[in-house]
Design a protein around this ligand. Structure first.
Ligand SMILES: Nc1ncnc2c1ncn2[C@@H]1O[C@H](COP(=O)(O)OP(=O)(O)OP(=O)(O)O)[C@@H](O)[C@H]1O
Length: 679
């Protein structure tokens, strides 16, 4: 790296900053001009002028605001890489496209999502993709301090120190983007086209969440028109996790994505009622989809007698066979209950109209049709055979009417299972699982409104979704695609997925491309080796993580006094940089809370919600309690062990295990191939 080259890059960075400032100013100018025009246009408008102006104004204002905010936050490096091609062309690659409006020759920086930037991530000595040289920049804050080059044409591909630095940097806050260091296997997933549904199994720390979020950003850039209309959604496991990842997409310039838990998406988060464990388990079961379907269609009646509709002195009548056939045809062709009713109504009106026209030699016009629709006999027939339904009414009947329930559940649920659905109190409050059942029933009744569906949904920690939750998400994709990310070994709900093909079937995308990530970027080898011992006991077949990190420390402390030993371990960890996560059962967390060192670098995290998070230093307290805590007799004794596996895989630098009880037998530190210190 010559001084001259470095200075040239520093100068380029300054120039980019100046151009960015000019872009910001011109955006402000445009905004002011636009606002003035808008106020003027409102002043000149007649009261009954149509509204689109206003909508357009709002949309433009929103876009512009987003853009401004985006620019305002760019006090970060303007680019992170540079590529030279065989052709002689070269490009700087950064988070945002930057071009000098007065010099149209070449952009100063290309967006990392632009097609040309793909080669920054993919080119190698073996497949140089016409790239002769790749440069990666190092920054301190937003000051360019150096770069490293790989001369691909000379067969020189260096392991990147900058990548190692990025991966090993202390974690001091929420999750950050990885645009500068996306790896080839990750990039291939990020840039799959919009119509591809991906299902990514990956061991802890292999970058699944990072891949999902960068894929969302790439899709929004590449398919702007389609996705602006249809929308993009990210579904995560809990609010804690969502606030941890919340800043990644905005930092990539994408503010329009709704990031939400499945419970908030469906409305289950606000359900006031509470189910017993076995009831909830049943209500989340895949068979409930058919129960809900039957519960709706069980309301279908039969024609008992001809339909007679006197009208203006004419006796219009449809016979039993005609009606029976009309009902059958509406039933087989309709996708929803309401569509079926509409189709039956049409057939009836059509039959009555033919009679009317042939008898009177008059044409049945719109007024005639409207009158017939309101005809009491027609209405009564429809309301008897195909009544109007609400989801609430259907669910109430299912839970309170024993005869109806046993008809609906016959051959699907055992009698004692069906009994679990029984509610004695008609006014009992809906539970989270009831809200899912209502969602399922609603979908049988009528199609979801388009504004409630999305062109693409990224689903993280998808192994934890129940079949009924999967179906609720699937409905919201309409004809869109999914990116499904997860780790079967980290499945901790009572309904966690047994395998991915089954889960993808519930998500209505068994055409998904399945792939597995195994290179771990978070957890050092010493720690992942220990966690991997638990893996064979988790009842799933997945590949263990291979850490690319050889650093890291593992310490075991056998102590009599858990709170004191924990506080000491935290105190020692605080001597280093970064955040400390104390992971334990709720009970233990409460026991240690009072004597924890006060620092905003310490988080107390119940093991049940540690999923997806990471800390520089993890102090894991009483692992046997975690392993036992959720073995709740729900025929999945491995759930507690899975919580333990999750807890063991949160550390970026060091893991300290504090225990007084013997360690779980599945965790044998002496067998771990560690460079760790065990005390
Ligand atoms: N290419 C990369 N460059 C730098 N850091 C990376 C890269 N890929 C992943 N990481 C980092 O590794 C850590 C783990 O990534 P992430 O949380 O996406 O993994 P995960 O597979 O979702 O893990 P888990 O299953 O435990 O939730 C994060 O800090 C992430 O930023």
């Amino acid at each position: 790296m010559s001084e001259l080259d470095l200075q040239a890059e520093i100068d380029h960075h300054h120039r980019v900053r100046e151009v960015m400032a000019a872009m910001r100013q011109s955006t402000v100018d445009r905004m002011e001009k636009f606002e003035a025009d808008f106020i003027e246009s409102k002043r000149n408008r007649f009261a009954d002028d149509a509204g689109p102006d206003h909508n357009l104004a709002q949309a433009m204002a929103k876009r512009r605001d987003g853009r401004l905010a985006e620019l305002a936050e760019r006090d970060v490096p303007m680019f992170f890489g540079r590529l030279w091609f065989d052709s002689g062309a070269d490009y700087h690659v950064g988070r945002l496209h930057v071009a000098d409006e007065n010099d149209g020759s070449q952009p100063l920086v290309v967006d990392w999502r632009a097609p040309v930037a793909e080669r920054f991530y993919r080119a190698s000595v073996h497949t140089p993709l016409e790239v002769t040289r790749r440069r990666r920049f190092g920054f301190r804050g937003s000051v360019l301090t150096g770069f490293e080059d790989e001369d691909l044409s000379l067969g020189h591909e260096g392991g990147s120190d900058l990548l190692a630095t990025e991966i090993e940097r202390p974690r001091t806050g929420p999750m950050r983007d990885i645009v500068a260091t996306i790896q080839p296997e990750q990039d291939e997933l990020i840039r799959r086209d919009l119509d591809t549904t991906l299902c990514v199994q990956g061991a802890p720390g292999t970058g699944k969440t990072a891949v999902g979020l960068h894929r969302a950003a790439w899709l929004l850039y590449t398919y702007t028109d389609r996705l602006e209309r249809s929308g993009m959604l990210v579904v995560g496991p809990n609010e804690n996790f969502l606030s941890y990842i919340a800043q990644v997409l905005p930092a990539l310039g994408e503010r329009s994505v709704w990031q939400v838990t499945v419970d908030r998406l469906t409305g289950a988060a606000d359900a006031p009622g509470q189910d017993a464990d076995d009831v909830a388990l049943l209500k989340h079961d895949a068979r409930m989809a058919e129960v809900c379907q039957r519960a709706v269609w069980q309301h279908l009646g039969r024609a008992e007698e001809p339909l007679v509709a006197p009208y203006e002195g004419n006796r219009l009548a449809l016979g039993f066979d005609y009606l029976t056939d009309a009902i059958d045809r509406a039933r087989t062709s309709a996708r929803t209950w309401e569509a079926g009713r509409k189709s039956l109504e049409q057939t009836i009106l059509h039959g009555l109209m033919s009679q009317y026209e042939s008898r009177t030699r008059r044409t049945a016009d719109g007024r005639w049709k409207a009158a017939m629709k309101r005809h009491p006999n027609v209405k009564q027939f429809l309301d008897t055979v195909w009544p109007r339904l609400t989801a609430k009414r259907v669910l109430r009947r299912l839970t309170t009417n024993e005869t109806f329930r046993s008809d609906v559940c016959a051959g699907l649920l055992k009698a004692d299972e069906a009994d679990l659905l029984h509610t004695t109190n008609r006014a009992s409050k809906p539970t989270a699982a009831d809200v899912l059942l209502l969602d399922e029933i609603e979908a049988q009744l009528r199609p979801l409104a388009p504004e409630r569906t999305y062109g693409h949904i990224v689903v993280d920690e998808a192994q934890d979704l129940s079949p009924m939750q999967c179906r609720a998400i699937a409905r919201r994709t309409a004809n869109g695609s999914l990116t499904v990310l997860g780790d079967l070994a980290q499945g901790t709900t009572p309904w966690a997925a047994p395998d991915w093909p089954t889960q993808m079937r519930h998500l209505a995308h068994d055409d998904a491309e399945h792939t597995e990530l195994a290179t771990g970027y978070r957890v050092p080898a010493a720690i992942i080796d220990l966690a991997n011992q638990v893996l064979p006991h988790l009842g799933v077949t997945v590949s263990p993580a291979r850490s690319i990190r050889s650093d890291g420390a593992l310490e075991l402390i056998h102590a009599e006094d858990i709170p004191t030993a924990t506080a000491d371990a935290v105190q020692r960890a605080l001597a280093d940089e970064g955040h400390v996560g104390v992971i334990a059962t709720d009970h233990v967390i409460e026991a240690v809370r009072a004597i924890m060192p006060t620092s905003d670098r310490v988080d107390l995290v119940p093991s049940a919600i540690a999923k997806g998070l990471e800390f520089d230093h993890v102090v894991l307290v009483e692992p046997t309690d975690i392993a036992e805590a959720t073995s709740d007799g729900m025929e999945r004794p491995s759930i507690g062990l899975r919580h333990l596996y999750v807890a063991l895989t949160r550390a970026v630098s060091s893991l300290t295990i504090v225990h007084t009880r013997p360690l779980p037998p599945e965790l044998d530190p002496s067998a771990a191939t560690t460079t760790a210190t065990a005390t």
